[in-house]
Ligand binder design. Structure first.
Ligand code: KIV
Ligand code: ZN
Length: 516
């Protein structure tokens, strides 16, 4: 993609959830989870999916390869240092994609070049040019990034950027790697690059901002206001440390304030909420309730004056509608009499293509839920289907759970777990019913990972809602996410713990026990 291909009023959305966000602590995803998110990013309408850093591990390579094979629509990008073997590996992984990009990066600030790269500016420039030329041998679409750009010498930036453009780079990314810049400064940096680099008019300038000072979105928008036409961002603003620019914030600002920016994106904004929920669920990182656009309270009005104003005219206190980002009133869609055909049709409408086996499994789970819950909402079905599609082979299966608790009673739990035909049964007590259940599971399985965090939420609003437990466990420095769904929150919690253990055991067995 070049500046010419891109209309001046179009901002390219480059999503780095699967690369920059995924490398943040505790966010690791396995290959089927990454592929699932990539499908959703394609439905969302991002222009580019940065699928990973292929040379960095076999799992990263495989994920980029699978995404390149399966995902249609967006350009698929792979990250590479300015090193030949990185570029070769990226090209190899990306090769099946219809349209793909090599994103090669180095560092341009004195502190990075001296202490991290241990190279002189001249050496950095030479390697950058070599890398871009090498990448160009594979694809026309080459992006170059100089990490820590705002702390770099501006004359060196002019020089290296002009040189990589001459070598063939078509997108120039300006990363504020440490989240140091402020909007006025970052905007003026973009403006100065445009004014002082002759070749820059033929390429797309990109922003890539980190959120250490809480300014990532503001900085990216300042970049756009000064002529940047690509924004690198992540869903829910996830990423290293305080995160990256939040995709939903940038997109909705550009849409809501088109009067100021005069530019558009190709994002189908009604898919934003669903994407945010999926990423949160699969990464096991909950969205803070007051998070702009996608937080649970983002459209909740409490104060009497606001509610009164809204009832008189929505525009009084609402600058965008919840529907525009895909937040809808929970809609009852199915019940136990809807039948297999109705269930299948709804799955397709919700964007899930199931194999006949997946449909069989999902339908029997649906019937189990329908026995306990009269009304089944879209959100319930999405949670159930995501579980089904990503389900790992169950090394451990929860067969029976009995839990007792109450005022003045010591909480206790008995579990029976099936492990490849063996029955493991134990009882334990704990500080509360969930703790007792987890202690019983630990005794039964003999597995003792550290519980990093645990949360439970109602998938929909009513008192008979499905409860979804999400937790993260740590074992030998690695994080595993577990999810569990049930109308009973203790059972949901037990299922989540066992699902995390299954992920863990699956990874120990090289991750080859996945269904999909
Ligand atoms: O923050 C950063 O500098 C990066 C680069 C690899 C673009 O993520
Ligand atoms: Zn980054």
């Amino acid at each position: 993609m070049t500046q010419e291909d891109t209309k001046k009023e179009h901002v390219v959305i480059f999503d780095s959830t699967l690369r920059d966000a995924e490398q943040s602590p505790g966010a690791s995803l396995n290959v089927p989870e990454k592929v699932e998110i990539a499908h959703q990013l394609a439905r969302l309408g991002v222009d580019i999916i940065e699928a990973g850093f292929p040379v960095s591990s076999p799992v990263q390579f495989l994920a980029v390869r699978r995404i390149s094979e399966e995902i249609e629509g967006p350009v698929i990008a792979g990250l590479a240092r300015t090193v030949k073997k990185d570029i070769d590996s990226a090209a190899d992984a990306l090769q099946p994609a219809k349209r793909w990009r090599i994103h090669t990066f180095t560092s341009t600030s004195p502190v990075h070049m001296e202490h991290m790269l241990k190279m002189t500016p001249a050496q950095v420039l030479e390697k950058a040019v070599e890398a871009v030329k090498h990448a160009k041998g594979y694809t026309d679409d080459v992006e170059f990034s100089g990490q820590d750009a705002p702390r770099s010498d501006i004359n060196f930036l002019y020089e290296i950027i002009q040189a990589v453009i001459e070598a063939g780079a078509t997108t120039i990314n300006i990363p504020d790697t440490v989240g140091y810049s402020i909007p006025q400064e970052y905007g003026s940096l973009i403006a100065r690059l445009r004014e002082n680099i002759p070749g820059i008019k033929n390429v797309i300038i990109s922003t890539h901002c980190h959120n250490d000072l809480g300014l990532a979105t503001a900085n990216s928008l300042a970049g756009v206001a000064n002529g940047a036409r690509q924004v690198e961002c992540t869903i829910n603003g996830l990423g290293e440390r305080a995160g990256n620019t939040s995709m939903e914030e940038v997109v909705m600002t550009l849409k809501t304030r088109r009067d100021l920016y005069g530019v558009d994106t190709r994002i189908n904004t009604t898919e934003i909420y669903r994407t945010s929920q999926m990423v949160s669920r699969l990464m096991g990182i909950i969205v803070q309730p007051n998070k702009a656009i996608v937080g649970a309270n983002a459209f909740a009005h409490e104060s009497g004056i606001h509610v009164d104003g809204l009832l008189k005219h929505r525009g009084t206190y609402e600058i965008m509608t919840p529907e525009s980002v895909g937040v809808q009133e929970a809609k009852m869609v199915l019940g136990r009499h809807s039948g297999r055909h109705g269930f299948k049709a709804r799955c397709t409408e919700l964007g899930f293509e199931l194999t006949p086996e997946q449909l069989d499994d999902a339908y029997s789970k649906f019937l189990e839920i329908a026995d306990k819950k009269k009304e089944i909402y879209d959100e319930d079905i999405v949670a159930l289907l995501e579980d089904e599609i990503l389900e790992i082979t169950e090394t451990y299966h929860l067969d029976y759970l009995q839990c007792s608790c109450g005022t003045g009673t010591l909480p206790s739990a008995t579990v029976r777990i099936i492990r490849e035909g063996d029955i493991l049964q134990e009882a334990a007590w704990g500080d509360g019913p969930v703790d007792a259940t987890y202690n019983a599971i630990t005794k039964a399985t003999g597995l003792m990972p550290e519980l990093e965090n645990y949360s439970i939420r109602a998938v929909t609003g009513s008192s008979e809602a499905l409860g979804e437990a999400i937790l993260r466990i740590r074992h030998e420095g690695k994080i595993f996410v577990g999810r569990g769904l049930s109308t009973d929150i203790i059972e949901a919690s037990a299922k989540a713990y066992i699902s995390a253990l299954n992920h863990m055991v699956g990874r120990i067995n090289n991750g080859h026990n996945r269904k999909s």
